[in-house]
Write a protein that binds this ligand. Structure first.
Ligand code: ADP
Ligand code: TRP
Length: 320
């Protein structure tokens, strides 16, 4: 099994990103050969400030390494360090019908949001297909919004193989249904666009202040409370062991337990979880050469694989 996923570098990560995407991606490293990359070519379709792109790409690398990504196990790299994928994008675009790309929701959604319709934005799924196919990936864990792109990848790979011979492995999407949507301070989905986030590596005092602002109902202190409808509990259980979760639920149901106490418990468990990672992140941030060496080492491993696939594709179409 070869697992591959990419993440766009897009600003400060929050605990919704952590539990929804980073933690599952990091856990994959023990289940098979995992490839994980920072999709900076893709980010260029929306990020226009070069300094911003550089800073965000560096931050995502630090965030993943601090959260436990092991670069010996996972091949961790920047997309742009494997330029072979851009040539492969061209070869794949030969068998990609316009209609297939015109039907992509993510493209239509971005136009609806007012993002200008560049050729790169339109071709985004073909580049994503090249990312996936270059490493002969079998499983692609993605959020629901990216599932269609993996289906497009399958269509492209099947068409290429039919026309030019068997070059690509056909991948499967893996949509994680088990990871529920992490709620934000106001109970909506936690998202940087809603301003309701708790950051992973922001100022710890600010994180605590934000936890104290989580919206709750107005059940009086003495009354029993329902943990299953409470935002504080929904966040607490993500961090806690099953025993701690059961104990907290019992305290809710017993009554005489205030939301303020629950918030303090959440703030403590947040700190217990992220303080060691914050230290690790600071150590890495102060050693940029080491981080760069890790990224270069990942790129070298990824590039060797991508080269093999690209050469096979070039031979198949009659280039080499
Ligand atoms: P945001 O909504 O803050 O802009 P992104 O859309 O950049 O976040 O999401 C990046 C990744 O984090 C995706 O894989 C997405 O599924 C995951 N993610 C983001 N917010 C949440 C959330 N509240 N709960 C679970 N997963 C999330
Ligand atoms: N488009 C994906 C996103 O925005 C990121 C990505 C790029 C990706 N290439 C990929 C994900 C290949 C999985 C496989 O989330």
């Amino acid at each position: 099994m070869r697992i591959l996923s990419g993440i766009q570098p897009s600003g400060k990560l929050h605990i919704g990103n952590y539990f929804g995407m980073m933690k599952p991606a990091i856990e994959l490293q023990s289940r098979g050969q995992a490839y994980l990359f920072i999709a900076n070519y893709h980010a260029l379709t929306t990020v226009t400030d070069p300094e911003q792109l550089r800073a965000d790409s560096r931050d995502v690398a630090l965030d993943f390494l601090a959260c436990g990504l092991d670069p010996e196990k996972t091949v961790f790299f920047r997309q742009s360090d494997v330029p072979e994928v851009t040539e492969l994008t061209w070869l794949l675009s030969i068998v990609t019908p316009m209609g297939l790309l015109e039907r992509c929701h993510s493209y239509k959604d971005k136009l609806a949001k007012g993002i200008p319709a560049s050729a790169a934005l339109f071709n985004y799924p073909v580049l994503m297909a090249a990312d996936i196919l270059a490493y002969q990936s079998t499983v692609v864990p993605v959020g629901r919004d990216q599932k269609q792109h993996v289906e497009v990848t399958r269509d492209i790979a099947i068409k290429f193989n039919n026309q030019f011979g068997e070059v690509f492995t056909i991948p499967e999407p893996a949509i994680s249904e088990s990871v529920a949507v992490v709620p934000g301070l106001d109970g909506q989905k936690m998202s940087k666009s809603y301003g309701n986030t708790i950051e992973l590596f922001g100022d710890p005092k600010e994180a605590r202040r934000r936890i104290m602002r989580i919206v709750t109902d107005s059940t009086p202190l003495e009354d029993p409370k329902n943990p299953d409808t409470c935002n504080i509990f929904a966040l607490y259980r993500l961090f806690a062991t099953p025993e701690e979760t059961a104990e907290m639920a019992a305290r809710y149901r017993a009554g005489n337990f205030g939301y303020g106490t629950a918030k303090k418990a959440l703030a403590e468990i947040y700190e217990r979880t992220f303080a060691p990672m914050r230290e690790r992140r600071a150590a890495l941030a102060s050693d940029p050469d080491r981080v760069e060496a890790i990224m270069q080492q990942g790129a070298a491993r990824a590039r060797a694989e991508a080269r093999k696939t690209l050469d096979a594709a070039r031979r198949a179409v009659g280039l080499a």
